[in-house]
Design a protein around this ligand. Structure first.
Ligand SMILES: [Zn+2]
Length: 250
């Protein structure tokens, strides 16, 4: 996971956003009955395939075509548009039943959308662990700031403050939020770990080769090394790379 710049919503989403939010908040205020079926029916985001495609495209562009959680390419699958705070059954742990009332009223909040690969989406499911109490039903953005999510949001948090990478490609939590994020998305699952381990091995070999090339200046050598790191590590750009980029290279 790496820090991402939140993009602007596409015009098609802007058109329905205000009306959708107003309708959902009206449901909160009038205490209308809601249920999964009526909400799904109400939710234009999932009804409008063209808009979903446009949002997915914008979200994919900011992460250079990678999943916002595991950084694996999503071009093949197109990625899955998901809610950071789930629209129902938000749970603190896999065995929890979850809260049926959280967080359906955020269905039109641009800040609540993210792009996940199918596997990360499956791992996350409706998990949204928090410390303390959940926000009141219908909470606006300012009230949500009082909630303490344990899951990192790459648009709001800098993951490198919470997660680092061991030399074998295994992710190591630096904070509780880092630990929860690794667990929820299962970021140390076998295939990801193996890919990171292989990538690190390849990077070390390339950097080692560069150290012995006849590049005249130290600056040129650093540029060459940075290029290699970028090219090889496109899908894992967010990784801290101890012992590779920060090694004894000069
Ligand atoms: Zn993923």
């Amino acid at each position: 996971m790496r820090r991402l710049q939140r993009p602007y919503p596409p015009g098609s989403f802007m058109k329905v956003m205000d009306r959708g939010r107003a309708e959902l908040h009206h449901m909160v205020e009038t205490r209308s009955k809601w249920g999964p079926a009526s909400l799904r029916e109400h939710n234009l985001i999932f009804r409008n395939r063209r808009m979903v495609g446009e949002i997915r495209s914008v979200m994919s562009e900011v992460s250079e075509g990678t999943c916002h959680a595991c950084e694996q390419p999503v071009q093949a699958s197109g990625g899955e548009l998901e809610f950071f705070r789930p629209w129902q059954m938000a749970g603190n742990a896999r065995k929890d039943r979850g809260s049926p009332d959280h967080y359906w009223w955020l269905s039109y909040d641009w800040e609540n959308l993210q792009l996940l690969c199918p596997m990360c989406n499956r791992c996350k499911a409706s998990l949204f662990p928090i410390a303390g109490e959940r926000a009141p039903i219908g909470a606006h953005y300012e009230q949500l700031l009082d909630e303490q999510p344990l899951l990192l949001n790459p648009f709001d948090d800098d993951p490198k403050d919470h997660i680092t990478t061991g030399e074998d490609g295994f992710l190591i939590a630096l904070t509780e939020r880092g630990q929860v994020t690794i667990e929820v998305y299962q970021l140390n699952r076998a295939d990801l770990h193996e890919q990171r381990r292989a990538l690190f091995k390849r990077l070390r070999a390339l950097v080692s080769q560069l150290k012995f090339t006849r590049v005249s200046s130290a600056e040129a050598k650093q540029v060459a090394i940075a290029s290699v790191l970028n090219l090889v590590g496109m899908e894992f750009r967010g990784l801290n790379r101890p012992g590779i980029a920060g090694g004894p290279i000069s």
